[in-house]
Design a protein around this ligand. Structure first.
Ligand code: SF4
Ligand code: SF4
Length: 209
C-alpha cells in the first residue's frame, strides 16, 4: 500500500474522519472550498459538497472552524484518540519523525552550503590603465594563471594609438577573473592588485560579479 494511503500505518480508508455538510444550513459562501488544500470539496448548485472525503487530513477541522454558519461537522475527536491507542501508532510515528528530522537537517545543511557558496566571490571584472602594450604584459598574465585554479577571461586590450606606444600613451585593459574550481578568489584578487601596483599601472575599477 502506498505510504500516502496510510495514516501512521493505518489504512486511510479505515478512518472515518471527513466533513459532512448540512445542505439546509450551507449558504454557498465557498469558504470551505477555497480553504481546503486537499480538493475535498466541490461547489455544486451553490452548495458545498464533499467529493473526496478520504483526501481530508485526519484530525484537521479547519473548514468547520471557518464556516460562518457552522454547516460543517466532523466526528468527535475521541475517534482519533481511540485509533491512536488501538493501533499503537507511536512506534511508527517516532520512526516517521526521525526520517522527517533527518530530511529537514539534510535540507538545512544543503541550504547552508549553498548559502556559503553564494557568498563566495568567484568572479570579478578588473579594469586597469597604464603602459600595457609591452609584450611582457601578456607573458605576466600567463604566469598569473599558470598551475592555478583561476583564469582570466574576456580580456580586452585597448591601445588608442600605435604611434603613441612609443611615447608611453596609456592603454586600457579589462578582464574577468574567475575560479575554475568555484573557489573564493578573494586572496587571488589581492595578488592581482599587487601585480598591478608593482607594474606602476592604475586599477580603475574592480567589480565583483
Ligand atoms: S463554508 Fe460553510 S457556508 Fe460556506 S460553502 Fe462551505 S459549508 Fe457552505
Ligand atoms: S478538515 Fe482540513 S483537510 Fe479536511 S476538508 Fe476541511 S480543510 Fe480540508
Amino acid at each position: 500500500m502506498a505510504k500516502q494511503e496510510l495514516w501512521h500505518g493505518i489504512p486511510r480508508k479505515d478512518i472515518p474522519w471527513y466533513p459532512t455538510v448540512g445542505a439546509d444550513t450551507c449558504i454557498g459562501c465557498t469558504l470551505c472550498f477555497a480553504t481546503c488544500g486537499r480538493s475535498v470539496y466541490d461547489m455544486l448548485d451553490n452548495l458545498a459538497v464533499v467529493v473526496n472525503p478520504m483526501n481530508c487530513m485526519v484530525g484537521c477541522s479547519t473548514c468547520a472552524t471557518v464556516c460562518p454558519v457552522q454547516a460543517i461537522h466532523f466526528p468527535d475527536r475521541s475517534l482519533v484518540w481511540k485509533l491512536e491507542r488501538e493501533h499503537k501508532i507511536f512506534k511508527i510515528v517516532r520512526q516517521e519523525s526521525e526520517e522527517k528530522k533527518a530530511k529537514l537537517d539534510a535540507a538545512r545543511a544543503r541550504a547552508a552550503a549553498e548559502d556559503a557558496i553564494a557568498k563566495l566571490t568567484t568572479r570579478a571584472r578588473i579594469e586597469i590603465a597604464g603602459q600595457l602594450s609591452e609584450k611582457r604584459c601578456l607573458t605576466q598574465l600567463d604566469e598569473l594563471v599558470q598551475d592555478r585554479p583561476f583564469d582570466l577571461v574576456n580580456l580586452r586590450l585597448e591601445i588608442p594609438t600605435v604611434q603613441g606606444m612609443r611615447t608611453n600613451t596609456p592603454s586600457r585593459m579589462t578582464f574577468e577573473i574567475t575560479s575554475t574550481e568555484q573557489e573564493d578568489i578573494g586572496g587571488y584578487l589581492s595578488e592581482v592588485r599587487d601585480w598591478i601596483r608593482r607594474n606602476g599601472w592604475v586599477l580603475i575599477s574592480e567589480q565583483h560579479l
